[in-house]
Ligand binder design. Structure first.
Ligand SMILES: [Mg+2]
Length: 277
């Protein structure tokens, strides 16, 4: 294993965080460097997480790993946004109630077209929109109001009770909305399990890398995850064999080290889980 501090493209911890002062060229170069599983193939996930996040957040993940290993249990992890909840559509609904949309699209059309609010080209330079997005992201009450993808709670309760245990929710919702997220999960009666949040200081650029590192540490207690994000798959290192239930219409590349089960509806996700177990 290489030393991450010696070999990493950016050597200083401080400069690893996204800086608004960086040139576009530098941002693109760094995005390319981390946008594939090469990164995780060459470094230990613990080293990367030590480098990216505060120690207390890493220790939380390691504590869960120790607990799962002691109990020798294996199970399923679930993403939350767009896997259990209609988060993007809700964000677009809230923004469209205030801001202009020259294409005259509905919230769900915008969610389908742009996926995330930050991808909308004519909103990119609007700091009012970005301020509001930061408020949404860090507001517990906002999380509680996000609509459920219908029946996901019933389906996953059945999966948890009859097929395979749900061991963790792994989400890029920041840690400072852990309360709102837990209330949301409880309000909808989802199975009880650890919720792993992304540290709120971590830049967007590193979110997929963070999640891939968490999964890498939790392997083989967690081999299976349901997630809507094909970019996560590109990050997973080739040292293990994951099974990813991708809840998304997107075509993805084939990765020899990952079994990818693509489903467009929650019913098909569930069928694929049942088929495997
Ligand atoms: Mg998601």
């Amino acid at each position: 294993m290489h030393s991450i501090r010696k070999d990493f493209l950016i050597s200083e911890k401080e400069s690893l965080l996204w800086s608004s002062k960086w040139s576009t060229e530098k941002k693109i170069r760094i995005s390319q460097a981390i946008n594939n599983h090469w990164f995780l193939d060459n470094y230990s996930s613990i080293d990367i997480l030590e480098f990216l996040i505060w120690e207390k957040w890493l220790n939380k993940i390691l504590d869960l790993k120790i607990e799962l290993s002691k109990r020798s249990i294996e199970g399923l992890a679930l993403d939350i946004d767009e896997t259990l909840s209609l988060t993007s559509t809700f964000w677009f609904e809230k923004l469209l109630s205030i801001f202009w949309n020259p294409e005259n699209l509905t919230a769900s059309q915008m969610a389908e077209k742009y996926h995330l609010c930050q991808n909308v080209p004519y909103w990119k330079d609007n700091s009012d929109i970005y301020d509001l997005m930061y408020q949404f992201r860090e507001d517990d009450n906002f999380q509680i109001e996000i609509p459920l993808i219908e029946w996901t709670n019933h389906h996953y309760n059945r999966i948890h009770n009859e097929i395979i245990s749900i061991l963790s929710y792994i989400t890029v919702r920041p840690d400072n909305v852990s309360k709102g997220t837990s209330i949301w999960l409880d309000n909808h009666d989802f199975p009880k399990a650890d919720v792993i949040h992304i540290p709120h200081e971590l830049e967007y650029l590193f979110w997929n890398l963070w999640k891939a590192c968490v999964l890498d540490i939790l392997y083989p207690n967690i081999v299976w995850i349901v997630d809507d994000n094909p970019n996560l798959i590109k990050m997973l290192p080739s040292r293990y064999k994951w099974e990813v239930f991708l809840f998304n219409k997107a075509e993805t590349c084939n990765f020899w080290h990952i079994n990818i089960h693509i489903s467009e509806t929650i019913e098909d996700v569930i069928k694929n889980i049942e088929k495997l177990f």
